[in-house]
Ligand binder design. Structure first.
Ligand SMILES: [Mg+2]
Length: 317
């Protein structure tokens, strides 16, 4: 196996970041040096993706690289933060050059399209797993948190729901055509970064839907000390989901399936139209799915014991 230094040099040392990247010193020293812009807060998050827990080990390497960064960037989107930098730690069992080239290609492609500079990497031998730390900036006081939903707010979601769980179900059935929209949703989710920025001054609270709509909604409700009434018939289902899973499983996937990486926002009804107009400019829908109320808990849906991603854990590949 090539040494860690050789692998980092070959695959994870991007071209020197430009002068606007805020990286006085990048990959290659003991630490990177970063220069956040004045007046901004640093938003930081880490996610570890483990083979056969969070993604199928036999997924295309390019998708694994892309996805590992996408799920971390999704947390920046939920805060209304603009991505700036990331760190990546990869454990892999064998030194497979073609696999590494694919992985790095997927990772770098999303770095580039999201404006995220890779400023440090670590490669070790071990069971396939990827840890990605992302760092973004948000003007002080403008960050979106989970804590500020208010009774009377409208709850709305970006894009469509259930695609992550639908894609996983298809993968488990042997579907391997990555251009299938549900497989794309599962293996190459789009972090809603532009939506987070566009909603920053309109929404009271936001979260990204990684563990399932209900589970993540409950995080907002608990943090804000409020409850919610949902209208399940309003849920925007991912294209092709009902056809792939059947109608009732499709709704369950939209409510409880993980890996959607859409944003759930709580915002005053008076700004809903403006929020929808801004996202329409990005080609993205913003669908109202319920309201925030004073009474604790979630009404309007039959929970039936299904609680988010945990519910699907046993079914992960
Ligand atoms: Mg999150």
């Amino acid at each position: 196996m090539a040494s860690e230094f050789e692998l980092i040099a070959r695959y994870f040392t991007p071209a020197a970041p430009g002068p606007d990247a805020g990286v006085p010193l990048g990959v290659g020293d003991d630490c990177a040096l970063l220069a956040p812009r004045p007046g901004r807060r640093l938003a930081v998050s880490v996610d570890t993706s483990v083979a056969n827990v969070h993604f199928p080990a036999d997924a295309p390497a390019e998708a694994i690289g892309y996805r590992a960064l996408a799920v971390s960037l999704s947390d920046l989107a939920a805060m209304g933060a603009e991505p700036r930098w990331c760190l990546m730690a990869l454990a892999l069992e064998k030194d497979d050059e073609a696999w590494l080239a694919g992985f790095a290609g997927g990772f770098h492609a999303l770095c580039q399209s999201s404006g995220t500079a890779l400023v440090g990497g670590d490669v070790t031998r071990g069971e396939l797993a990827v840890g990605v730390t992302v760092m973004g900036e948000v003007p002080a006081g403008e960050e979106l948190t989970r804590r500020s939903a208010r009774a009377g707010d409208v709850l709305a979601v970006t894009g469509a729901l259930g695609g992550g769980a639908g894609g996983l179900a298809l993968w488990q059935r042997g579907e391997r055509d990555l251009s299938h929209p549900l497989l794309t949703r599962y293996l190459k989710p789009t972090p809603r970064l532009a939506a987070g920025l566009a909603l920053r001054d309109l929404a009271h609270a936001a979260i990204d839907i990684s563990d399932g709509l209900l589970a993540d909604l409950e995080h907002i409700l608990a943090a804000s000390g409020v409850g919610a009434r949902l209208e399940p018939e309003a849920l925007p289902l991912a294209a092709g989901l009902s056809e792939a899973l059947g109608e009732s499983a499709a709704y369950r996937a939209a409510l409880c399936g993980g890996d959607d990486y859409e944003l759930l926002v709580s915002l005053p009804g008076s700004v809903l139209k403006e929020a929808q107009r801004r996202l329409a400019g990005q080609g993205l829908a913003l669908t109202p799915i319920g309201t925030v109320c004073v009474e604790a808990g979630v009404s309007g849906v039959e929970l039936g014991g299904a609680h988010g991603w945990q519910h699907f854990r046993g079914g992960k590949p």
